[in-house]
Each structure stands twice: as C-alpha cells, then as structure tokens.
Design a protein around this ligand. Structure first.
Ligand SMILES: [Zn+2]
Length: 282
C-alpha cells in the first residue's frame, strides 16, 4: 500500500514536470519576442490554432510525426525534448523531496513548488540564451524575490538540510552573485574594450544565488561553470575553427543543476576543504 502511494507521488511529480515542460516551451518561444503568454498555441507558419488533443506533452509531437497538422511545417524536436527534460526534473525533485510516504508534508511540498519555479526559470533561460544570447528578465531578476521569500517560507515551515539555505545566505547569494559577476563584466570591458560577459549573466547568477545561497552555492556554480564554459568553448573552436560566443549562461545553468541535485555528494569529493568549512554533505 505504502509503495503504491509513493509510486503515485512519483507519477504525479513526472506529470507535473511534463506539463511545466510544455509551459517552458511557451515561455522559450514567446519571452524573447515579448509575445503574450495567454493567447492559445498556434503554428508559427500557418497560424492555425493547435487543437486541444494535440497539446499532450511529448506524445503529440510523436503522433504528429513532428509536423503541423494543418500545413505540415516541421515542429522542432526541441519541443518534446524540453517536455521530457521537464518530466526528468520533476522526477529528480520527487527523489530529492518527496520519495517517502511521510514526505507529503508542508515543507517538502513547498520545496517542490519553490524549486520547481526555480528549475522552470533555468530551463527557459538555458534555451533562450542558446538561441538568442539573451537571458529574459522574467527568468532572472523577476525570480530573485521568489528565491528570497521562498527561502524564508521554507525556513519558517522547517525544511532544513541541503539545498535549503538561510534567508541571510539567500540575500547574500543574490548580492554576491549579481555584484561579483557585474564587476567581472565591467572589468573585462575596461581591459579588452569588448563585452565578454553580459549583465544578463550577472542577473542570472544573482537569481541562482537567491535560491542556493552565497557559500558554497554561488562559488561552486562559478567554479563548475568556468570549467564547463571553457570546455564548450574549446569544442566550438575545434569544430568551427574560430573563436565565438562563450555560452556562459548555459554553462552556469548546467552547473546549477549539478550542484542543486548532487552538490551534497559531489562537493565533499572534489572540494573537501570547502565542504568542511561550509558543512555541505556532512
Ligand atoms: Zn501550420
């Protein structure tokens, strides 16, 4: 009986993830164009409204064979990919917060909601940044109050332990993340005369800091992101034989996901001193 109930929790977590993956697709397509989020989905080519029975995450794309039902225009595989990613993140959130029968209590459910919003913002920022090299304000600065208030709410309801942080860490995380990266961006511009890193990245890191705290959250994300960013850049140079855009925003987002889901296991392994000082994983 208990197993069946926990299985139901997992099922609903994945379902929520798939639905929010669908919502993320709408945001990815419309935020960069300032388009309304409330008009029904339609084909960008022929303008036909997407029928309600063609709005099922992942499956719709499969049975339409990746084409618009009306005009046959190809629908990007990014759509089902983002939905699947949503389902996976929903499952990982379930594993982190609600994988026991006694876990369907206020602090854990609230953590699922607060960090769910965090993950949706990260997924949207990731794909928008890859395509347009911008990070929408709605996925960065707008989420900072959610991070701070969410952290306070989790603290009040009694969620403790990784990845929850104190409200002081949350505020400090937003300040250190935003100010630190903004300073680097300004220094880079003064030294080289070009923009290496945009202020969009600074706002994104401030948002991440408001959810994960300054220490070790923001620091770890920056350390991981530097390695991932450089690695991606080297691959791009090898393939295209020229230097180009450094996808630092997406690198920060991948780092954030690794830290958020596995930080308490990974950090003590690779940075034992920092783990001891900050008490992470111990
Ligand atoms: Zn069409």
């Amino acid at each position: 009986m208990a197993d069946a109930i926990v299985g139901m929790y997992a099922f609903f977590a994945v379902l929520f993830g798939l639905v929010f993956g669908s919502f993320a697709n709408v945001l990815i397509a419309r935020l960069p164009q300032d388009a309304s989020l409330w008009t029904p989905s339609h084909c960008p080519r022929c303008g036909h409204r997407v029928r309600w029975y063609d709005l099922v995450p992942v499956l719709s794309w499969v049975w339409l064979r990746g084409r618009c039902r009306d005009c046959g225009t190809k629908i990007s595989p990014t759509y089902p990919l983002v939905e699947l990613l949503g389902g996976l993140l929903g499952y990982l959130l379930y594993v982190r917060f609600i994988d026991d029968i006694g876990d369907l209590v206020l602090p854990n459910v609230l953590a699922f909601v607060v960090f769910g919003a965090f993950l949706v913002a990260l997924v949207v920022a990731f794909f928008v940044d890859l395509r347009h090299q911008i990070i929408p304000e709605q996925t960065s600065t707008w989420l900072i109050p959610v991070g701070v208030l969410g952290t306070v709410a989790l603290w009040v309801t009694g969620l403790d332990g990784f990845p929850a942080v104190s409200w002081e860490q949350s505020v400090l995380g937003a300040l250190v993340g935003g100010a630190g990266l903004a300073a680097i961006a300004i220094a880079y511009r003064m030294l080289t005369g070009t923009d290496g890193m945009g202020f969009g990245d600074a706002k994104l890191l401030a948002m991440i800091g408001s959810f994960l705290g300054a220490l070790p959250g923001v620091w770890i994300v920056m350390i991981f992101a530097s390695f991932i960013g450089v690695a991606i850049h080297l691959v791009v140079i090898l393939i295209r034989r020229r230097s180009g855009y450094v996808p630092f925003g997406p690198a920060m987002i991948v780092s954030t996901l690794i830290y958020f889901f596995y930080g308490d296991a990974v950090v003590p392994l690779i940075l034992p001193d920092l783990a001891r000082i900050t008490g992470i994983g111990g």
